[in-house]
Design a protein around this ligand. Structure first.
Ligand SMILES: Cc1cc2nc3c(=O)[nH]c(=O)nc-3n(C[C@H](O)[C@H](O)[C@H](O)COP(=O)(O)OP(=O)(O)OC[C@H]3O[C@@H](n4cnc5c(N)ncnc54)[C@H](O)[C@@H]3O)c2cc1C
Length: 283
């Protein structure tokens, strides 16, 4: 596979280094449990869509994706929370830390959200925006100067150990890692980190990573988008509300069932999926 690479923000990048396995490998693995059939492309598609729809996810673990990432430390801290990945990170004890630091661009500088304690929302006046930008830049510059002083050079005493010198660096400093994960857990990561509730900067990484993987496993990714990423689940109470409404308005239930045969509008669902929908609304 040819390595794919895309730059993110001013200094970051995502490289898809390797991918082990394909849609076909997922279908083949599943057939061990479902028995052999004919192996046409459409059979693979139906099988994979069935697996993803019914959350039979272990065949998706047969595919693995490996990335080389350059990212700010505060994004790295979010990435390491995804425990099913294997990773190796740049060593600030062994090597001199990167001279690159993340500084948000104008359109990313927003005030604290009043409704979401973990997010940003709204707009700042130009004066405040520039003032915050300047403070971030000045603080980073001071930290860079301090780090350079601490690690020393040939004309000084040899410098403080790198493992201690780095303690003055902010979390905007860039690090690098190799990060490998199976496809099932990669999708889980994408669902959480491409979501609008995730920090904007990790969304930017997750979206690029997802788009790079998509053409390598197109059938499985499409199934993930259809049955997981863009789907919704209902709680017991929400389902009770829905069932109550359907009971009060039985015409709606009938109308949904008739849509299956509609010539005006297509929903791209197999007859099996229509049957499953009917079972759901009849419950
Ligand atoms: C919007 C958002 C906000 C967040 N805010 C915070 C925050 O404020 N503070 C904070 O600490 N974290 C926060 N997180 C991180 C979050 O709590 C999870 O740690 C992170 O999203 C990884 O999810 P995960 O554990 O499901 O994934 P993974 O670690 O990749 O695990 C995948 C799945 O494997 C299973 N698994 C993995 N390891 C174990 C284990 N040891 N035991 C049992 N099952 C396991 C679980 O089923 C898990 O869902 C946030 C995440 C998001 C997306």
């Amino acid at each position: 596979m040819k390595i794919k690479e895309q730059c993110i923000h001013e200094y970051g990048f995502v490289r898809l280094i390797d991918i082990m396995g394909s849609d076909e490998d997922i279908a083949d693995a599943a057939r061990v449990s479902y028995g052999k059939g004919t192996r046409t492309a459409s059979d693979n598609r139906n099988l994979i869509r069935y697996l993803v729809r019914h959350k039979h996810t272990s065949p998706l673990e047969m595919v693995e994706v490996k990335f080389h990432l350059k990212l700010p430390i505060f994004i790295m801290r979010q990435l390491v929370r995804h425990r099913t990945a294997s990773l190796n990170e740049y060593s600030g004890r062994y090597s001199i830390m990167s001279d690159d630091f993340y500084e948000p661009s104008d359109d990313y500088i927003k005030p604290q959200s009043q409704t979401n304690k973990q997010g940003r929302d709204g707009e700042l006046s130009e004066v405040w925006k520039q003032s915050y930008k300047q403070k971030i830049h000045q603080t980073i510059t001071k930290a860079k100067v301090a780090y350079k002083f601490l690690i020393g050079n040939e004309s000084t005493s040899g410098g403080l150990s790198r493992e201690l010198a780095r303690t003055v660096l902010p979390v905007s400093n860039y690090t690098e890692c190799y990060w490998k994960i199976d496809l099932h857990n990669f999708f889980h990561f994408c669902r959480l980190r491409m979501d609008s509730h995730a920090q904007q900067e990790i969304q930017d990484y997750a979206k690029v990573m997802f788009e790079m993987v998509k053409p390598e496993v197109p059938i499985t990714t499409e199934a993930f988008e259809d049955y997981s990423l863009n789907s919704k689940s209902l709680s017991r109470m929400e389902n009770d509300v829905l069932q109550y409404a359907l009971k009060c308005f039985p015409d709606i239930k009938q109308f949904i069932k008739q849509l299956k045969d509609s010539e005006d509008i297509q929903f791209d669902m197999t007859s099996r999926e229509w049957k499953e929908l009917e079972e759901k609304i009849d419950k």
